[in-house]
Structure formats: structure tokens, C-alpha cells
Design a binder for this molecule. Structure first.
Ligand SMILES: Cc1ncc(COP(=O)(O)O)c(C=O)c1O
Length: 395
């Protein structure tokens, strides 16, 4: 009989399903109030619009939409996205756009294209778990930069870059309504990060899935707007249309796109053409951009309900962020508390969250990530009440 473990590549042999994947399996039980997964609220999906547009795509361009498309992606969609990105200050053309199967694929293609084993990637602390996984798959070594209220601590970033022989390949950031912390970089930090990238020839990977889900405050330019040549920008329709569509894009200098295209050919030839046609038609008719404020209003209400409930039911020693958009609140427990150890008690009360350590290369145990968008308003209050009791009992 084949001993499979002896055949896996060195790259993957030590990879294991993450703790949080295992925990998330438990949280799909219907009796659980889940603040855990990063799932959009299903009410945000414009099902009727998608139904109508799908029919019209099949009737009007079925032969094209059901065929393979180019690896770069459906040309009309790429042109539209290039123009749409001007809203975050990104000047690009269709030659700078690659359609990917989710932004997770964008991250993986970048990791595959840029990283040799042992190369350094600088990540925020905490950082998006899926980003860390993609870089880890290509055997990156990590350096971490702590997050402050207005973005990464750029003094620490400079220290890392000044180290003799330091030549990090990438700095990975989610600068707007970050997953998991909800933190947004200030304009000053965006500008300073751009300056640092030019000073040290640092490639920035800017992952921007939540920017359009803004509840308050002024719209802010992307980091790519300040460092266009040095930034590989990624965004997605997962949080504002449908994660099931798996439609996202990378916007990057042409040379980088050309390399990512060759790499993507080996991965999946092209992303789903039919869904790219539907997405384009939805965009063209304004159906996505007109729908986003409605989603943001629903999420804002849920954020406010969660924040009020936390104020009421959480012990005084616990603190949290107040995100101006996105999907996540980041909770800080007293240093001695460990959210992983508390998790079984929360599950007994049928409430779930993601333990903070999942988002750190090292440590982070006294944090937890709460998603406020998924549960009903009533469940948010009930779940926070239960979690408050669990925390109080552990104090
Ligand atoms: C920061 C960040 N990047 C990427 C992704 C992956 O999104 P997609 O569905 O586009 O692959 C997520 C999903 O939660 C995310 O939070």
C-alpha cells in the first residue's frame, strides 16, 4: 500500500489544517451563535439581480460566456475595473489587471511568483490568516510589524529594513478595515509607507477587500495611489457581491501581471468566464455600486448593536476596536487570559469566535476576533451576553 506521507513534497509535508478550520467546523451547528467565520451576511447577496442578469448573459452572450476566457480575464471586466479603481486613486489600464479566482488566489499567485524558500515576508501583527498561509506554503520566513490605532508601526518597519543584509521580498498589508483588527491606516501612514517603499525598494502587497464597506469617515486613497510602481494591489467581489462567485483581481505593474498570467495558466487556465460576464453586466448597470451602501447600512447597524451589547455585558477589563467599516471587531482581554483556552467554555454556551493567536506568527493569545455582520440583530445581543458571562467567569 502506498505510504502517502512519504510522497508529499517538502513544501507541503508539514502543513496541517489550521486549528481555526477545525474550530469553524464546530461553529456551523445551527444552535451556535457564530461570531467566528468571515462570511458576509447572506441577505447582502442581490439574488434577484443576479437571477435576471444571469439569464440575459445566457441569452445574449451564452456562447462566449460558457467558453474558456483568456487567463488575464474577460477584457470588458478588466477595462471596467481599471476605470473603477480611480475611486481609490489607482491609475491603471486593463493591462494592469488580472482577474483571479478570489483574492486568495491573487495572494497565492504572488507568493508562488516571488518567494523562494527562506525569503522574508513582512506581515502586520495581527495579520490575515489566509495571507500568512499563502506565504507559508512557499516557505517564507516572517518578520512582523505591530499594528497601532492608525496603522502599522512604521518605526519597527524601518528597523527591519535597516538590518544588515535585510532584503525582504514583500510587505503584506490590509490597510483598510483590516481583517482581523478592523484598523485603518491614516493618510499620513499611507504616505509614509509609500516613502519607505521607495527608499528601500520594498514591494507592498495591498489587500483591500473591505474598503467599500465604509460606515463613517471620509473615503481614503489606497496605498497604491501613493506608491503605484511598488504596490501589488488586490481586491475582490467576495464581500460586496458574492464570495461564491470567486471573482477578484490583482492590479499591478504590467511586467508583474505578465508573470502572474503565466503562473496562473498552470493553476487554472482562467477564472470562471460565465461569472465574469455576469459581474461585468451587474457593474455596467450600476447594480453592484448602488447595492453597496445598502450592505454598509445593514452592517453598520449590526456593528452598533454589537458595540452597545459589549459595553453592557463585557467585563470592564476587556477592550475592543471600533471599526469604521468592514466586518470585524478585535477584542483584547487582560494579558493573562488565553482566548484559545476559553473557547470550549464559549462553545458550551453555544457561542463562537476566532481566537486571536490564529492571526499571529507568535503569541496574540489574549485577543479574539468577532464578526458582527453574520448573525441576526437579536442573536448578536444574546451571543455577546453569553460571551460576557463566559469572560466574567474566567476573570
Ligand atoms: C484580508 C482578506 N484577504 C483575502 C480574503 C479572501 O477573499 P476571497 O474570497 O476574495 O478569496 C479575505 C477573506 O476573508 C480577507 O479578509
Amino acid at each position: 500500500m502506498i505510504e502517502w506521507n512519504s510522497l508529499f513534497s517538502e513544501r507541503v509535508i508539514d502543513l496541517k489544517a489550521s486549528d481555526i478550520r477545525e474550530l469553524l467546523k464546530l461553529t456551523i451547528r445551527p444552535e451556535i451563535i457564530s461570531f467566528a467565520g468571515g462570511l458576509p451576511n447572506p441577505k447582502s447577496f442581490p439574488v434577484e439581480d443576479i437571477f435576471r442578469i444571469s439569464q440575459s448573459v445566457l441569452l445574449n452572450s451564452g456562447e462566449d460566456a460558457l467558453q474558456y476566457t483568456t487567463t488575464e480575464g474577460y477584457m470588458e471586466l478588466r477595462k471596467f475595473l481599471a476605470a473603477r479603481e480611480r475611486s481609490v486613486g489607482v491609475i491603471s489600464t486593463e493591462d494592469n489587471i488580472l482577474i483571479t479566482s478570489g483574492s486568495q488566489q491573487g495572494l497565492e499567485l504572488i507568493a508562488k511568483s516571488f518567494l523562494d524558500p527562506g525569503d522574508t515576508v513582512i506581515v502586520e501583527s495581527p495579520s490575515y490568516l489566509g495571507g500568512i498561509s499563502a506565504f507559508r506554503l512557499f516557505q517564507a520566513r516572517f518578520e512582523t510589524v505591530p499594528l497601532e490605532e492608525d496603522g502599522a508601526d512604521l518605526n519597527v518597519l524601518r528597523e527591519i529594513l535597516k538590518k544588515p543584509g535585510a532584503k525582504p521580498k514583500l510587505f503584506y498589508t490590509v490597510p483598510t478595515f483590516q481583517n482581523p483588527s478592523g484598523i485603518t491606516y491614516s493618510k499620513d501612514k499611507r504616505k509614509e509607507l509609500a516613502e519607505i517603499s521607495y527608499e528601500y525598494d520594498l514591494t507592498i502587497v495591498e489587500d483591500n477587500p473591505y474598503e467599500k464597506l465604509r460606515f463613517s469617515g471620509d473615503k481614503i486613497k489606497s496605498i497604491k495611489a501613493y506608491a503605484p510602481e511598488n504596490t501589488l494591489y488586490i481586491s475582490t467581489f467576495s464581500k460586496v457581491l458574492s464570495p461564491g462567485f470567486r471573482i477578484a483581481w490583482v492590479c499591478a505593474p504590467k511586467d508583474v501581471i505578465q508573470k502572474l498570467v503565466v503562473v496562473k495558466q498552470a493553476t487554472d487556465l482562467c477564472s470562471n468566464a460565465y461569472v465574469q460576464h455576469i459581474t461585468y453586466q451587474l457593474l455596467l448597470r450600476g447594480l453592484i455600486d448602488r447595492h453597496i451602501p445598502w450592505i454598509a447600512a445593514m452592517y453598520k447597524e449590526k456593528r452598533d448593536i454589537m458595540l452597545d451589547a459589549m459595553e453592557k455585558y463585557f467585563p470592564n477589563e476587556v477592550t475592543w476596536t471600533t471599526p469604521n467599516g468592514g466586518m470585524f471587531i478585535w477584542v483584547t482581554l487582560p494579558e493573562h487570559m488565553n482566548s484559545k483556552e476559553i473557547f470550549p467554555d464559549a462553545l458550551k454556551e453555544n457561542v463562537a469566535y476566532v481566537q486571536g493567536g490564529a492571526f499571529y506568527i507568535k503569541g496574540g493569545y489574549n485577543h479574539m476576533r468577532l464578526t458582527f455582520v453574520y448573525e441576526s440583530n437579536e442573536n448578536i445581543v444574546e451571543g455577546i451576553k453569553r460571551l460576557g458571562n463566559v469572560l466574567r467567569n474566567k476573570m
